[in-house]
Write a protein that binds this ligand. Structure first.
Ligand code: HEC
Ligand code: HEC
Ligand code: HEC
Ligand code: HEC
Ligand code: HEC
Length: 378
């Protein structure tokens, strides 16, 4: 008997050791969330799956120095890279789960630093944080209770892991900010700052980017909905997010104004490669009058010229739309009765002016994606 126990113990440990990917186990019980995650940018954050990240990395001076410091946020689940040393190899974690399920669900707290924030990871095995307002503050350790000599069994929690519902970061959305808040380059210059303003909005990173969708969150306990895990802005129109950007039109004495209200609690498209545009067209008697687009961009550089991020030390231009901002754009075209005015807000993942320098011309990232659109009859 003792040998049998020992044998099953060895087999189980061998199985666990053999599983090269952390997410494989989650898939069995959380198939819907697992499938969504595959389309998320979190599953594609490495140089192997994100051509834009690769293009910048290939030119980055750290590559020659063998320091993939990007790992802290882009591939924290590749445990072969430690403390920003070494170069990424084409291993399974890099390709399939650079930011694994556990990469998020074990974030215990966030240390704030000027250069970048840092995630503090929980080390207890199989111990995950999550949010559920009804169970807030509880720690659910799996257990089974039986009654009538084992005839009826009742289980609580997950048979694979413990769940801790007491981590406030999973309710406020601050768990995203170890990676997303801001980043400076080696010169201490701010490359990217999401400029988060939470006050005044009831929405959080989680309520906007991970809305509840139909389908159970777990196999063993059917629920009507689950939190969406497929967040990405690469490819496709992010329909759900469009409603947080409001466009309206008003006439002025010498023309009209388009009013753009950003309900997001952060700067729209803070990543320095992005370029957003408002395109306005007037349909008048069979003709289309396209007005010059307004652009929203933060151009960084050095000595008065745009530069690659690692060289930048100044902001050359910043027209980006900030958290909860209302922006008015004036056009001096007088509208006539019967005009139809079309307003389109969209973005390029990679500013077309930079795409050429990165060898990304013709890549999907250089297409214009429509985020929201409105047509007004005048
Ligand atoms: C053997 C099945 C099983 C496996 C494997 C499993 N889970 Fe779970 N998980 C569950 C069950 C059952 C629940 C629901 C528990 C409850 O509601 O009391 C759950 C709940 C959760 C929750 C919290 C859901 C909530 O209510 O907020 C998270 C987060 C979670 N699992 C993550 C993971 C991750 C990450 C993995 C892979 C490392 C994983 N699970 C693997 C069965 C499993
Ligand atoms: C502090 C965390 C952090 C570090 C460190 C970091 N990044 Fe990022 N990076 C992010 C986040 C978060 C995003 C997504 C930003 C967004 O979409 O607004 C991102 C996005 C990018 C993008 C845009 C990707 C796309 O597909 O559009 C590029 C390029 C990029 N990072 C390059 C790098 C390189 C190169 C390094 C290392 C030298 C690096 N990053 C280090 C957090 C980080
Ligand atoms: C471990 C670091 C990390 C955490 C934690 C994290 N992210 Fe990300 N996220 C990234 C990186 C890195 C990227 C960009 C990957 C790329 O494009 O190469 C990204 C991409 C995204 C994108 C898509 C942007 C795009 O370019 O398509 C969204 C939306 C997003 N994250 C939202 C969130 C939200 C909401 C949370 C919290 C619930 C969160 N992230 C938590 C690192 C993280
Ligand atoms: C009120 C809803 C709302 C809230 C709250 C919100 N976002 Fe967003 N977020 C948006 C919208 C709208 C966009 C732009 C649409 C898009 O890019 O898909 C966006 C875009 C993004 C992007 C992609 C930007 C890019 O250039 O790649 C990231 C990353 C992101 N949000 C992260 C976060 C994080 C982290 C938080 C919490 C601090 C957060 N969001 C809170 C609505 C919201
Ligand atoms: C970018 C960070 C991030 C990644 C990666 C991530 N999760 Fe989550 N997950 C969250 C957050 C935040 C919540 C809480 C959302 C809520 O309760 O509304 C959550 C909620 C859940 C829940 C509960 C769902 C619900 O409706 O309450 C389960 C189960 C879960 N995650 C499993 C997984 C699995 C399995 C993976 C990998 C395939 C994964 N998560 C990857 C951040 C993440």
């Amino acid at each position: 008997m003792r040998y049998l126990l020992l044998l099953s113990f060895i087999i189980l440990s061998a199985l666990e050791a053999q599983t090269p990917l952390e997410n494989t186990t989650c898939k069995a019980c959380h198939p819907i969330i697992f499938a969504e995650y595959q389309h998320s940018q979190h599953a594609k954050a490495s140089i192997w799956s994100d051509p834009v990240h690769k293009a910048i990395w290939d030119k980055h001076p750290y590559k020659k120095q063998g320091k993939y410091t990007c790992a802290q946020c882009h591939t924290p689940s590749d445990h072969t890279l430690k403390g920003g040393k070494g170069l990424p190899t084409d291993n399974a974690a890099q390709k399939d789960e650079p930011i694994s399920c556990q990469g998020c669900h074990r974030i215990e707290s966030i240390e704030e630093h000027a250069h970048t924030n840092r995630n503090v990871i929980q080390t207890k095995p199989k111990y995950f944080y999550s949010a559920d307002v009804k169970r807030k503050g509880k720690k659910i350790i799996f257990h089974e209770t039986s009654s009538f000599f084992g005839l009826f069994k009742k289980t609580t929690g997950s048979p694979y892991h413990d769940i801790d519902y007491s981590n406030d970061l999973f309710y406020t959305g601050k768990m995203c900010l170890g990676c997303h808040d801001h980043k400076q380059n080696g010169k201490g210059f701010s490359l990217c700052d999401l400029g988060v303003k939470q006050g005044g909005s009831k929405e959080t990173c989680i309520s906007c980017h991970m809305p509840q969708k139909l389908g159970t969150k777990v196999n063993l306990k059917q629920t009507a909905t689950h939190a969406y895990h497929g967040m990405t802005i690469h490819g496709g129109i992010p329909a759900e997010l469009s409603r947080y950007i409001k466009l309206s039109l008003s006439t002025t004495s010498d023309g009209f104004a388009v009013i753009l209200h950003n309900e997001a609690t952060h700067t729209l498209f803070a990543q320095p490669l992005r370029l957003a545009q408002l395109r306005v067209s007037i349909y008048r008697d069979d003709k289309t009058i396209s007005l010059p687009p307004r652009t929203y961009v933060r151009v960084i550089g050095t000595r008065g010229k745009p530069s690659m991020p690692w060289l930048a030390d100044t902001v050359l231009k910043d027209t980006s739309i900030k958290a909860l901002e209302t922006r008015e754009e004036h056009f001096d075209t007088v509208l006539k009765q019967g005009d139809k005015v079309e307003m389109v807000l969209g973005y390029y993942l990679v500013n077309p002016k930079v795409a050429g320098k990165l060898g990304l011309e013709g890549d999907a990232s250089t297409a214009f994606t429509v985020l929201t659109k409105k047509v007004v009859d005048f």
